[in-house]
Write a protein that binds this ligand. Structure first.
Ligand code: 5GP
Length: 195
């Protein structure tokens, strides 16, 4: 049985990771695990595509039934990874990309074989500009996200790879290369041969 690679991707809000992953997930051998959140959808966000949007009560039910592998509270909302999203795709031979914050990434890597990638903006000014341009956040939310970004960037050293997103196409190519290399690693091929 062929098993895919679990790529865990983190980066501060405004690093451009969402845009990068939107391009990468067009590959039919890759699926992006859709997280659950209690945050309200931003304009243009679709339930089941960008997140599984749910009430706090339903989120707590998912934790109780063991369908949430890890979760975190961020700026007043819960965000979590659904077990069903990851396991079903890996077992079908697809690689799975999981976009998750630094604490969640740590929890997943403690319990699953995965490759961790951290996406950095070229500098903090660019990050501020991207958040302003997005036009979806209040001034206070932007300030919160920048404060949070400083804390997250300190943890980049715990990742297997760091990709700087200065030029979108180049960042996308780098992530594709990482995935290609990781699939070829001998321990993964061995797992597939054994199976
Ligand atoms: P946003 O509101 O910008 O979509 O996401 C806010 C933060 O929540 C980001 O840092 C994002 O990586 C994080 N996040 C998204 N999904 C998950 C998840 O499933 N688990 C955890 N722990 N964090 C998540």
């Amino acid at each position: 049985m062929k098993k895919g690679v679990l790529l865990v991707v983190s980066g501060p809000s405004g690093s451009g990771k969402g845009t990068i992953l939107d391009i990468i997930k067009k590959d039919k051998n890759i699926s992006v695990a859709v997280s659950a959140t209690t945050r309200k959808p931003r304009s243009g966000e679709i339930d089941g595509v960008h997140y599984h949007f749910m009430s706090r009560e339903r989120f707590l039910d998912q934790i109780a039934t063991n369908n949430i592998l890890e979760y975190n509270e961020y700026c007043g909302n819960l965000y979590g990874t659904m077990r069903s999203e990851i396991e079903s795709n890996l077992n079908r031979g697809k690689s799975v990309i999981l976009e998750i914050d630094v604490n969640g990434a740590q929890k997943i890597s403690d319990s699953m074989d995965c490759v961790k990638i951290f996406i950095l903006p070229p500098n903090i000014e660019t990050l501020k500009e991207r958040l302003l341009l997005r036009g979806t956040e209040t001034r206070e939310s932007i300030k919160n996200r920048i404060d949070q970004a400083y804390k997250e960037i300190e943890k980049a050293c715990y990742y297997d790879y760091i990709v700087i997103n200065a030029v979108l196409d180049e960042a996308v190519e780098k992530i594709r290369s990482i995935l290609d290399i990781e699939i070829l690693k001998k321990n993964r091929i061995k797992i597939n041969i054994d199976n």
